[in-house]
Ligand binder design. Structure first.
Ligand SMILES: [Zn+2]
Length: 361
């Protein structure tokens, strides 16, 4: 009897466990889900509040003002460009102003106004420095890449790295055409000489016969005499001496060298200019009579002619340049003429390295 009772209890307890335990598990599961839902509920509330707050901020036009949070975590709105500009530390303001003026000039048709700009990358490629700027206007967003400066819409060029590669490739293709000089001042001052040199380069590219190579020599000779005419001045002739004839390149080149590279500190430069001019003139004259001239001869003469105009041009720019080439504060060569309406001359020299500003001398 006792044994039967134990067996019955045992079987009852087994059936009880078989029935109740799954129910218990279900209950625990529901409890867990309820707790999770409870924990996630405040987040939903915050999000709704945040959205409401954002709507209120947006309606009031205040995109920077603080929100009434009641101690709750609220994702702040985007900081305005005006405020971002104030916290862009280490930005060279002269460079930034130049980039800003460039963009507004390029976008003058749509009257775009620059609201924010920041330099994001600087890379040196083939010896040239390229600065990449992220620029926002009140209507668009651009990458501006320097040297030479060009702008690209970020809608068409989303990656700055890709845009820099495109920019360098584009500039390489544009530079494939031989041009006299990349220095604008030198190009203006010696325009007549550089125009003839570019014509000579074009003739050499197309030349197929020796006579055409000889013609390159003739154009190079015109280039050198045009250079001498552009720079020669009777005041360069020492007192008591007669000026050389107009076509006497060698003697004029000596007088020009004496004038633009004068003094004992420039004796090496002066000697280099004179010997370069004399040997090049003789080389050019040889080519004009070389009946068996080949393309290499034409290249040699073309490069030698360029070297003369470029070397004299550099000395001339240094001699005629009205302002200093160097920052008086830090010695950097990265100086630019900047617009300063409050100064006597209206312009000043701004150093791109240290930001120092000084009156033009
Ligand atoms: Zn400086």
């Amino acid at each position: 009897m006792l044994m039967a009772s134990v067996i019955l209890r045992f079987s009852l307890s087994r059936s009880f466990a078989a029935t109740v335990l799954p129910l218990w598990s279900v209950f625990l599961g529901m409890l867990y889900l309820a707790v999770r839902r409870h924990e996630s509920k405040p987040k939903t509330t915050i999000n709704r509040k945040t959205q409401r707050s954002r709507r209120e901020v947006s309606k009031s036009g205040n995109t920077t003002g603080s929100l009434v949070t009641n101690g709750e975590c609220i994702i702040p709105p985007r900081v305005s460009d005006e405020v971002l500009n104030r916290f862009t530390l280490g930005r060279n303001e002269h460079e930034a102003r130049r980039i800003s003026e460039y963009v507004e000039w390029q976008c003058a048709k749509d009257k775009e106004r620059v609201t924010y700009l920041e330099k994001v990358i600087t890379e040196h490629i083939y010896g040239s420095r390229h600065d990449c700027w992220n620029v926002r206007t009140d209507k668009e967003q651009y990458w501006v890449i320097t040297n030479p400066t060009n702008l690209y819409s970020q809608r068409l060029f989303p990656s700055v790295d890709y845009t820099l590669s495109f920019h360098v490739g584009l500039m390489a293709r544009m530079n494939a055409k031989r041009t006299g000089t990349k220095d604008d001042r030198q190009a203006d001052r010696l325009a007549a000489a550089f125009r003839r040199w570019e014509q000579a380069a074009e003739m050499l590219d197309k030349a197929e016969e020796s006579e055409e190579i000889q013609a390159v020599g003739m154009r190079c000779r015109e280039c050198l005499t045009a250079f001498a005419r552009s720079v020669a001045d009777d005041r360069m002739v020492p007192e008591g001496r007669r000026p050389p004839k107009k076509g006497d390149f060698i003697h004029w080149s000596e007088l020009i060298a004496n004038s633009i590279a004068s003094g004992s500190s420039a004796s090496e430069v002066r000697g280099h200019l004179k010997s370069l001019a004399r040997s090049t003139w003789q080389l050019v004259s040889w080519l004009t009579h070389a009946t068996n001239a080949v393309r290499y001869d034409g290249t040699l003469v073309l490069d030698a002619t360029y070297a003369v105009v470029n070397a004299y041009g550099a000395a001339l720019m240094r001699h005629e340049r009205p302002t200093s080439d160097r920052c008086s504060r830090c010695g950097s060569l990265r100086v630019q003429v900047v617009y300063r309406p409050d100064s006597d001359s209206g312009d000043a020299l701004g150093c791109e390295s240290c930001g120092h500003l000084e009156e033009k001398s």
